[in-house]
Each structure stands twice: as structure tokens, then as C-alpha cells.
Design a protein around this ligand. Sequence first.
Ligand SMILES: [Zn+2]
Ligand SMILES: [Zn+2]
Length: 345
Amino acid sequence: MLALVTQPGHPHTTRIEEVPALHAREGEVLVRTLEVGVCGTDREISDGLFGIPPQDEPTLVLGHEALAVVERTGYGFTRGELVTATVRRSCGHCVACAEDSPDSCLTGDYSERGITRLHGYARELVAEDPTQLVAIPKSLGRLGVLAEPTSICERALRHARTIGGRQPWQLERALVIGAGAIGLLMTYLLRLADVEVWTASLEPGNELIEESGASYVSTQDTDLSEVGKFDLVIEAAGNAQLMAHTLGRLRRSGVACVLGIDPREQTVEIDGKVLGVDLILENRVLFGSVNAQRQDWLAGVADLDRAQKRWPEALAQFVKLRVPLDRFREAFEHRGGKATLLLSD
Ligand SMILES: [Zn+2]
Ligand SMILES: [Zn+2]
């Protein structure tokens, strides 16, 4: 069968290749991949900056944002049912993984589908551990391909609410920095919870953001200090300087969460009083969040389904580019909205 493979650590080696046929073993469910989403992580792996192939194998099959269909009934799943699958799997020897929280793994020895030590979904068939499969409701359909980035948002929000909720706190106003897939999904999840949302990005306007009832701020003509302070700030633009500034945009007891990765070698600035005075006197917090655990996947799928029912026309525009697997380069180069690779109809 054909697969999208790459040699981690070797830039520009991503290619379509014939890989050995695959058979589900006892305890596995055979699924057929319909579609995989492409994100910055795939681009980084493809650029040779990230990723680890499975042990004793030269290549890694990409694809961690999966939508698949069950090929053979078993283990609680029925042929024809739509599913997605979690990304990170237990390291097998830490207390977090033992408590089904591999997203908080303490060793770093975890595996991740399509990223770290485990082949991904950019191939026709995958044999999967049924405990890692997540059912996608029929009503959500192909939008189930957004389950992975939504799970990232859900985990961040769950942690933000836990951290904010350590003291009396109300989440009334939120700022989302960045309007890529994560910024867009985060905006809609917060609007579902009836939070007043301001979403900021470089582009002059963004109708999709405004259709959710959020206010869009173009940072080309508006300084973020002009839109007030917030109970929650999410940085999803991948800019370390903007991450440092989030602390200064918080109200009393405010929580800032950073999700965008910025691997550049650099030093960023922060106002000394924001760190030395406001952070303390106003009980503010800045934290990072990665990955997701099963409860976040379930919440993400349920909220995507609710969002689609509330804003059907907007949700239909979330995936901007769908191309067949052999046109993967177009998807990798696409900017401004989610791109996906189609493996099967
Ligand atoms: Zn991704
Ligand atoms: Zn672990």
C-alpha cells in the first residue's frame, strides 16, 4: 500500500512510497484512513527538525490528525463507523502515563502516531489499539478530521479552568492571539461557552472569526493594549515575544496559556513591573500546554459537533484545502487555514 513517508532528521525526504501490507493482530482494529490534516508539526518533521522513526526503521509514516473508517467489526467498533485516534501513547514507566495522562508524561519516552516512534495515518490501512480510537458522530462527518487540533484546545482550556479555578475566578473576557487552525478553533470553543472573545492576527480582517460572534483585531492597525485586559489569554501565533507580552494583558487572577511553538534562538523582553509587581499582586499565571488525553478528545469531538450545529456555514469553511495524497506538497505549503490530504472517499 502507498504511504506518505519521511526520514526524520533528513530535510526534503518526504515522499510517497510503497510500504508493506498490514494485517490487524489479535486485539487490534483495522481502519481505513479517509483523510489526514497537515499542521506545523508535519512541516517541521518534513524539514528534518523533528520526529523519530519506529525502532530499526529508516522512515516514518506521517499523519497524526486522522479521520478513518472502521474496516472490520470488533472490539466495540462496527464496520463503516467513523473514528479518529489519539496521538500520544504511554511510555509505560511513569506515574502520569500509569494514570492515563501521557500528555503529562514525565520521561519523554512516549510514542506519538506519525511523529515519534510510531507510524502515522497517511497510508491506506492502519491497525489500531481500540482503546486509542475515538468515535466520530455521523453528524460531524468529514469535519472529524479537526478532532486532533480541537483536542489540543480542549486540553489547554481544561488546564486554564483548573488553574484559574484555584481561586475565585470568572472567565468573562478572552484574547486569542493567532487565527490559524488552533486560534480559530479556540475562538469557536470559547464562543460556545459564551465567553466574550477578541481574536487578534496580522491579516486586515477575518470573517470566519467574526461569524462566531468574536471581535477580530488586526494587529496591523490596532495595538493590543487598546482592547483592554482579559481573564484568559491564549497565544497560538508561535511568537515568543508575544508569549512574554501575554502576562501584561491579564486582568486580576488572569491566566495566560501558550500553545504556539517558537523554536528561534532569541532573547525576548518583558516589562520588569509586569513580572516583578503585577504578576504577584494580581495573582496572574502563565503556562504552556501540549498534546491531549482521552477526555480532551471526547470533549473536542462533542464540541465540534455542537459548533457545527450552531454555525454550519462557518464550520464548513474550516478546511481550506483538500488534496489527494500525491499532492502533499501543496498541502505542506498551504498557509491560512487547515489543509488536509485525502486517502479515500
Ligand atoms: Zn497537528
Ligand atoms: Zn510517561
